[in-house]
Design a protein around this ligand. Sequence first.
Ligand SMILES: CC(C)(COP(=O)(O)OP(=O)(O)OC[C@H]1O[C@@H](n2cnc3c(N)ncnc32)[C@H](O)[C@@H]1OP(=O)(O)O)[C@@H](O)C(=O)NCCC(=O)NCCS
Length: 145
Amino acid sequence: MRKIIDIDFGSTRYDELVQLRYKILLEPLGLKFLDSHRHQEINYLHIGCIECLDDKLIGGLLLAPLDNHSIRLMQVAVDSKYQRGGIGSELVTYAEKRAKEAGYKKIVMHAMLSVVNFYEKNGFHQEGEIFEEKGITFARMVKEL
Ligand SMILES: CC(C)(COP(=O)(O)OP(=O)(O)OC[C@H]1O[C@@H](n2cnc3c(N)ncnc32)[C@H](O)[C@@H]1OP(=O)(O)O)[C@@H](O)C(=O)NCCC(=O)NCCS
């Protein structure tokens, strides 16, 4: 059994989420997680998925407020052993609920082209031109809440 939880910035769970994000998202691209990133995340919402059997964090994401209307979904990561089991979609659905409760009307995100299909399956649609950042191609995706 698994559960989706809110994670407090600076907690042990937050450190677990940083490590998971590093392993799944940053390390494969040769990127580092810097202390300056940690400071930027104080005001973000941090969400995780726990496997209840061993209390292990197996997925997570961030929500970064942009303005009163829009919030940005970032760094959705699911442990490789658990991918394609519905956890990513559960995390996104929970994030949408939290964003809506907090009064946001729109979620925006930058998806790597390889996972655009995942976000389309979750009700996002592509907006504008694809673009490149640090050699990686992204699509801007949005969902009205
Ligand atoms: C992308 C990711 C978050 C999806 O989470 P997940 O738990 O594996 O996805 P789900 O099981 O909820 O997938 C739902 C549907 O989305 C689509 N999908 C999921 N992962 C996909 C992928 N990597 N590529 C293309 N489509 C994908 C599939 O249609 C899937 O349904 P299906 O398995 O019945 O075909 C996860 O695989 C992951 O962490 N990948 C590596 C990191 C990454 O690329 N993150 C996105 C950063 S923008």
